[in-house]
Every structure is written in structure tokens, then in C-alpha cells.
Design a protein around this ligand. Structure first.
Ligand code: SF4
Length: 433
């Protein structure tokens, strides 16, 4: 685990491609404006009555909200920002520069987290260019030192801050635990599904004494609890333990129809929420290609078989490529979304496996991936098709599903208390998918 501020290598390569981008940063987002920013925006445009009126029409005040949400930019019915110009660039930024942009617009697609005094920068896959940089290169996730005056930390005051406090054992040991998780994830001699099962078993080993609000590390019990924590982490360094988890896990066969039904509901619900044409078209294509538009349990089983066939075809022909997308995106998630946001490590690993399952189904159902079955052997052109399908899948799900309140509450409902053998069982169910 680095002791200095870092960013992943892909963020050193990231450049916004502006008008060449297939999306826009703000489409489908809710853009809050802080009270001080809203006042500054009004003051700056006040000399131009036309612009002033336009801004008034585009921004809805929210006087009872938090200081950071004193107003919201009112998106158009198609999900796009009303302040975009004819070239789909931000008219506010073009006329007045970055300083006048609300925080989320000025910082997107960067994600800045401060662990105590140490800063970590990453990106959100909701930006297609970040998704490309993160998913396609082998060394994308390698942490590199963050320069002192990084262009990625433009508004340090908006960074997410996680205090590293000796009194809070969950966050105090979080970096050590995450380092162990990353080491496990890097054991690429095992399939990702087995590595997710290993992460689940590691989390289960810590489950009864290491969680948010634990009292197990208080006072004189501290050194004993820390020794126990290290013992569990070291156990998952041992090849015999990893081999055993892999062997037991690969022996599991579970029907995937119920998972397909769940993922279908998620995709349909998000499409019904009106998430814009790119997302709707992807979901329609996936449902159609897996014959999931309607249908009962037998159709779900049939779709699961289709999915499984496509997946083994993908692995046989494009294994290295596909494994890279999923490895990179899972590692990216460990850096970008701290597990301390979840009440327990097991609940967090459950979310990781649920996410991987949904992404796998969507990618296998992507119409461009369905077409690849008819190609006799991989070519650079077919790999390019696959890359484009993967970037679109990961980007659109990051933007329109993964942070949505209904998906988050579904995940919370599924995981329940997020502890114990029942949660580990759910991790294994989604990891086998
Ligand atoms: S989504 Fe990313 S690449 Fe596209 S305009 Fe925004 S920052 Fe640039």
C-alpha cells in the first residue's frame, strides 16, 4: 500500500476529448449548485440580461437544501444539460471559464479521496474516455505518485475525506485490509470468479470482529484483535488455502436463471426511469439479443444458457481481453469506492460480485458481442468491436445504474444485515454467475 499520494496510471493518460466524446459529462446526472456558487454565477452573468434570464430558467433554487445543494441545474427531458451549446460544449465554461462551474462539473470525471493526509485520485467509468483508459491497458491500475500540483485536484476542498482515527478500528486498518484484497485480486492464475470467492472468504474470516462500529479493538483487547486481523489476512496469502477455495468454488454449480431475472429487472427499471437514448438502446439490444423482453422462469433459464454459451465463446476467443476488462474494473472499484462505505467487508464484497454479474450479463447480451459468434476467428477488427462494446457497457452502467438510488437500495435489500454465512452464500451465488 503506498504511503504517498497516488493516482492510477490511466489517469495520467486521461484527456477529455470534448466534442469528440460519445457522451457528455452531465447527461443523466443531477447537478447540484452550492449557495456561494449560485450567488457567484448570478453576479457574473448579471451584466447580460439575456444570459441572466437563461440561467434563471435553467437553475431551480432549493432553499431548504444543504449548503452544497442550494440549487439544481434542471436537465432537459432528454437528460442533457440546458447550458450545452450547439457543439455539445458547456456554454457557461466557454464564456466564463472553469471557475464558474459547479463543483461536480469542474471535477468530473475525477474522484478525489483523502485518507487522513494522503490523497488518492481516480476516475469514474461514467466518462467514456476514463472507461477506455482504465479497461483497455494492462498497466492502467498501477499506482503512481501524485504530483504536488496535480491538474486533477482542482478543488481540494470538495475531496471526500476519510479520517484515519486510531479510535475507529474499521477505518484505521482499512488500508492494510485493502492491500490484502488487492494482493488477492492480483492472483491472476485463478479466474476472477474464484478470486471473488476468495475475497468473500477473507471477508467472512474477519466478519465477527472487524466491521463498522466494532468494539473488538478497544482498550486491552486491541493487540489481540490486531493479531487476529493479521492472522486472517496472512492466511489468504497461503497457496494451499487459495487452492482449496478455488477447488471448492469451482465445484459449485448453481442455476443462473434467478440472477438473470434480477438483472433483467434492474436494467428495465433503469430504462423506464428515462436515462437517455444511448442507455435505452443498449438495454433494448441486450433484452432482445437474450430474448428477455418478456417471459417467465423457463425463458430466464433459456437466457442463462445463451449467456453461458456466449461467455464461454468469449473466453475461448478473446479470453485475455475480456479478463482484462473485468480485472481492471474490479481493481478500479477497490480504489475508487472505499469499502468503509459499507457496514461490513462482506457487504462490500457482495456489492462487488453483484456488479460483476450485471456487467457480465450486459456485455454478453450486447448486440455487437452477439455478432462476434459468427466470426470464425478473432481479428484486430473483431477485437476492436469487442473493446467498443465493453467500453459502452461499463460506461453506461456506471453512469445510469451503479450510483442510482434504486439500484443501491436493491443491493442493500439483497444483502440484508450484510454479515454471516448467509451473506457469504449470496457472494458465492453471484460469483458463480
Ligand atoms: S464525459 Fe469525459 S471525455 Fe466526455 S466530455 Fe466529459 S470529461 Fe470529456
Amino acid at each position: 500500500m503506498p504511503s504517498e499520494s497516488t493516482l492510477p496510471r490511466y489517469m495520467t493518460r486521461f484527456r477529455c476529448i470534448a466534442e469528440r466524446c460519445e457522451d457528455t459529462c452531465c447527461s443523466g446526472l443531477k447537478v447540484p449548485v452550492s449557495g456561494s456558487h449560485w450567488q457567484r454565477m448570478q453576479a457574473v452573468v448579471s451584466s447580460d440580461p439575456e444570459e441572466s434570464e437563461r440561467l434563471r430558467q435553467c437553475v431551480s433554487p432549493n432553499p431548504g437544501g444543504a449548503p452544497t445543494e442550494q440549487a439544481f441545474i434542471q436537465m432537459r427531458p432528454d437528460g442533457h444539460c440546458p447550458l450545452l451549446d450547439a457543439e455539445r460544449l458547456c456554454s457557461l465554461q466557454r464564456r466564463h471559464g472553469d471557475a464558474l462551474l459547479p463543483d461536480i462539473c469542474a471535477t468530473f470525471p475525477r474522484v478525489v479521496t483523502r485518507w487522513g493526509e494522503r490523497v488518492e485520485v481516480s476516475g469514474t467509468l461514467a466518462c467514456p474516455e476514463v472507461a477506455r483508459s482504465c479497461l483497455l491497458e494492462e498497466d492502467a491500475l498501477e499506482p503512481v505518485p501524485l504530483p504536488a500540483s496535480s491538474p486533477h485536484v482542482t478543488r481540494p476542498e470538495t475531496a471526500r475525506h476519510i479520517p484515519v482515527d486510531t479510535e475507529d478500528a474499521y477505518t484505521f486498518h482499512a488500508e492494510t485490509v485493502r492491500a490484502a484484497m488487492l494482493r488477492l485480486l492480483h492472483r491472476r492464475e485463478y479466474p476472477l470468479a474464484s478470486r471473488l470467492a476468495m475475497l468473500g472468504q477473507l471477508a467472512y474470516g474477519l466478519d465477527d470482529f472487524y466491521f463498522r462500529g466494532t468494539e473488538a479493538f478497544r482498550g486491552e483487547a486491541r493487540s489481540g484483535a490486531e493479531a487476529r486481523l493479521n492472522k486472517v489476512l496472512q492466511r489468504f496469502e497461503r497457496p494451499d488455502i487459495l487452492d482449496a477455495v478455488h477447488r471448492d468454488f469451482t465445484g459449485l454449480t448453481l442455476p443462473g436463471g434467478p440472477c438473470v431475472g434480477l438483472f433483467r429487472s434492474v436494467l428495465k427499471a433503469r430504462m423506464a426511469a428515462g436515462r437517455g437514448e444511448r442507455f435505452s438502446s443498449l438495454v433494448r439490444g441486450v433484452l432482445d439479443s437474450l430474448r428477455l423482453e418478456n417471459g417467465g422462469a423457463s425463458d430466464l433459464d433459456a437466457a442463462w444458457h445463451t449467456y453461458a454459451e456466449r461467455w464461454s465463446h468469449l473466453e475461448a476467443r478473446y479470453g485475455e481481453r475480456v479478463h482484462r476488462y473485468f480485472h481492471n474494473s474490479t481493481e478500479h472499484q477497490l480504489w475508487r469506492a472505499p469499502f468503509t462505505d459499507s457496514p461490513s467487508l462482506l457487504a462490500y464484497v457482495f456489492r462487488l460480485t453483484l456488479r460483476v454479474g450485471l456487467l457480465r450479463l450486459t456485455l454478453a447480451g450486447h448486440p455487437r458481442v452477439a455478432e462476434l459468434r459468427h466470426k470464425p476467428s478473432p481479428t484486430s477488427e473483431s477485437q476492436e468491436h469487442l473493446d467498443r462494446a465493453a467500453v459502452e457497457t461499463f460506461q453506461l452502467l456506471a453512469k445510469h445504474v451503479e450510483q442510482s438510488p434504486d439500484y443501491l437500495s436493491l443491493a442493500e435489500g439483497l444483502v440484508g444485515p450484510g454479515r454471516g454465512a448467509e451473506t457469504l452464500g449470496k457472494v458465492l451465488v453471484f460469483a458463480t454467475f
